[in-house]
Design a protein around this ligand. Structure first.
Ligand SMILES: [Zn+2]
Length: 395
């Protein structure tokens, strides 16, 4: 037998199979504990006695599309020390979710690529249970999947569910390494302090004066203007005002900046831009002010062509709103940052002496690959979704 069709036949630890029956919508597998002496869950005293038996009903992994309920007879116990009564604990069972731990683990993994409702249907669970599993899992994911911090970090400001978010990108690797729910000065300050503490040195920022000011105040990191963001903002203006005749000369000059081929050329084109015409003044103001804040050297290291990552970020933003708009921000965050299957990892030499692994290499996580994220989001079907056959976990 393969592991797929023995899944639930691998019984839980410390329980015996007593019978298998049919229910209206699946199978009920009856199990019984051996009710070995156990310590009190309240005061840890070993002085406990059995006090009758109680059945616990939990959902287990579906088998070939069939819903499986486990009916586990276990002891009701009483503690002679504190006189409290309690249920005998059953290993491998999550009492909170009324499901086996393997079921909880599978649901937690599936919500990273599927909606709560669809996961609930596939696993024969309540949608409420799936949501509760996700909420419980999120803080754990947050602490275990911290990616490597690069020397150069770029701040990307996607609009997700109508709100500006701060996403931090390793542009060298084309990966997302962190995301914050808002762009307040406090949030940005905390993020850059953490980036600095983990070895980042240079920060590329979009042309948003308030954000440049907030970050410059909070960090000793060197700051540069992110070329692709400034060009994208200029292109947007060119498009918006393309039919406004009186500004056509100005747009022509702006176009020369957008297509500049070297950082020197870009700097020259920007510095020789005339005053924006009245119609465009408020739209151009933040861009001009951003360059002014960062000084003339902000063009020095400007990437003059857009990278594949710049394109992917735009795609992700649009996919998130079209394919994923009905999920909560927390779900989006989990998918974007905590799904191991989207991580970009590579073997890198171990730097620190004494920390060497067997082969002198370690596996480094560079964060979520933007390319893999685009592929994942593109593959998502439109909601609402069709019902699918129950699945078993892949190994
Ligand atoms: Zn006790």
């Amino acid at each position: 037998m393969t592991s797929e069709n023995t899944l639930w036949l691998q019984p839980l630890a410390d329980v015996r199979l007593t019978s298998i029956g049919k229910s209206a919508d699946g199978l009920v597998i009856s199990l019984e504990t051996d009710s070995l002496p156990c310590i009190c869950t309240n005061c840890q005293s070993p002085n406990t006695v059995r006090y009758g038996r109680m059945a616990l009903r939990v959902r287990d992994l579906a088998f070939d599309g069939t819903r499986i309920d486990l009916d586990i007879k276990r002891a009701r116990m009483r503690c002679n020390a504190c006189l409290k009564t309690f249920n005998e604990p059953v290993p491998g069972v999550s009492e909170r979710h009324r499901a086996t731990e393997r079921m909880v683990a599978l649901a937690a993994k599936m919500v990273l690529s599927d909606s709560f409702l669809s996961v609930a249907k596939q696993l024969c669970l309540d949608e409420k249970t799936v949501r509760a599993i996700f909420n419980e899992r999120l803080p754990i994911l947050r602490t275990i999947s911290r990616p490597h911090n690069p020397a150069d970090v770029m701040l990307w400001l996607p609009i997700i569910q109508g709100k500006l978010r701060a996403a931090w990108v390793n542009s060298g690797e084309g990966t997302l390494i962190r995301m914050d729910a808002d762009t307040s000065a406090a949030t940005l300050g905390e993020a850059v302090r953490e980036l600095t503490g983990h070895g980042s040195e240079l920060l590329y920022l979009p042309p948003v004066p308030e954000i440049i000011e907030a970050i410059a105040e909070a960090t000793p990191l060197q700051i540069r203007l992110h070329g692709a963001s400034l060009r994208a903002a200029c292109r947007k203006q060119i498009q918006l005002f393309s039919t406004v005749k009186p500004v056509s000369d100005y747009l022509e000059r702006l176009r020369l900046f957008v297509v500049a081929e070297t950082p020197d050329d870009a700097a020259r084109q920007w510095q020789t831009l005339p005053e924006p015409p009245l119609q465009m003044r408020s739209a151009m103001q933040p861009l001009l002010q951003s360059v002014q804040l960062l000084g003339p050297t902000c063009f020095d290291e400007m990437q003059i062509t857009d990278s594949p990552g710049d394109l992917q970020m735009a795609q992700i933003e649009s996919l998130l709103s079209s394919r994923f708009g009905r999920r909560s921000y927390e779900v989006m965050l989990a998918v974007m940052l905590y799904d191991k299957r989207l991580f970009q990892t590579r073997r890198t030499p171990v730097q620190a002496p004494g920390a060497q692994l067997a082969m002198g290499y370690q596996k480094t996580n560079f964060g979520t690959s933007l390319a893999k994220l685009v592929a994942r989001l593109t593959a998502l079907p439109e909601e609402p979704r069709i019902e699918r056959k129950a699945i078993v976990p892949s190994r």
